[in-house]
Design a protein around this ligand. Structure first.
Ligand code: GLU
Length: 298
């Protein structure tokens, strides 16, 4: 008998769901339904400063209105920081993470001073400057003393060491399309992200770490999400390999665009699901809006 497929929708309650989230949730639900699979909802609330209970309530309300049912209990990431910490400890024991002390402002100044000398600083796929790598080689007794003194620090993955530790090419199976039309077997390029953050003072786990752990723990077989997360998959494949976690199938779908053709944002109240509901549109009517962007629900 073939294995039951497991899909998930994993919103962050740091704003209201917009039409793009509705599409992602409806697509995951339809795919699970179509193959007798499971549909899970996961609340990704590691960023406690930005996530709010009232947004979570609004998300549940919107998903109900969409007619989607999900398994309970719902997994809430803020209840599992200990697990992410264990994964971080494992990476630390492998010698693949290091404490990083530069603040956002210091990184900005450093990058600006290098670029002022005419050398472009490398950027990640989201356009953010890569973290400078000098601290990788700081002596552990020195960084230990700084930490003991209470100096604020994050934990970052030493990307070169991590890639070397995987000992080979990393790929994934893409059932959708990447931003440049990538599909089928895609070669992961985690190096494009540099030394990604895995934990920081205001959020004990990062998106990359917790999403990878949770997908594995929840037995997710199919990660279906927006193409804006396509490149993040490279980091997730790397972490899966380092932590001996299974490899799900991936499908990155196109994004619903605003009427001005721009990407939707959570702060954009007029494209929130609640606004469509208030305007009298039915969930079925949303399909017409998705179709406008060439987005199907199968
Ligand atoms: N929590 C992420 C978001 O709201 C989605 C994570 C994922 O689907 O991998 O953008």
């Amino acid at each position: 008998m073939s294995k039951t497929r497991v899909f998930r929708f994993a919103p962050s309650p740091n704003g209201l769901l917009h039409l793009g989230h509705a599409y992602s949730a409806m697509l995951n639900h339809a795919l699970a339904d179509g193959c007798g699979g499971r549909f899970l909802l996961r609340i990704e609330d590691i960023d406690q400063a930005r996530c709010r209970p009232e947004y979570e309530e609004a998300i549940l309300r919107d998903l109900c209105w969409l007619g989607l049912g999900w398994e309970t209990p719902v997994r809430r990431q803020s209840e599992h920081f200990d697990l992410y910490q264990q994964a971080l400890d494992r990476l630390r024991a492998l010698g693949l993470v290091y404490p990083a002390f530069l603040s956002r402002g210091q990184i900005r100044d450093l990058v600006a001073s290098k670029e002022a000398k005419g050398r472009p600083w490398p950027r990640d796929p989201d356009g953010a400057p890569l973290y400078p790598t000098e601290e990788r080689s700081l002596d552990a007794s020195l960084t230990g003393a700084w930490i003991a003194e209470g100096r604020q620090h994050a934990w970052r993955l030493n990307m070169d060491a991590a890639i070397a530790a995987t000992g080979g090419r990393l790929t994934w199976q893409e059932g959708g399309r990447g931003p440049a039309g990538e599909s089928g077997t895609v070669v992961a390029e985690p190096q494009r992200w540099g030394d990604v953050i895995l934990s920081r003072p205001d959020a004990p786990s990062s998106y990359h770490l917790s999403v990878t752990i949770d997908d594995a723990l929840q037995g997710v077989t199919d990660v279906v999400r927006g193409v804006d997360l396509f490149h993040a998959t490279s980091v997730h494949r790397l972490l899966q390999r380092l932590l001996d976690l299974p490899e799900p199938r991936y499908r990155h779908h196109g994004l619903v665009r605003g009427s001005d053709g721009r990407k939707l944002s959570k702060s954009n109240r007029d494209t929130g699901i609640a606004a469509y509901r208030a305007a009298g549109l039915s969930p079925a009517g949303l399909r017409t809006l998705f179709a406008r962007d060439g987005l199907v629900l199968h």
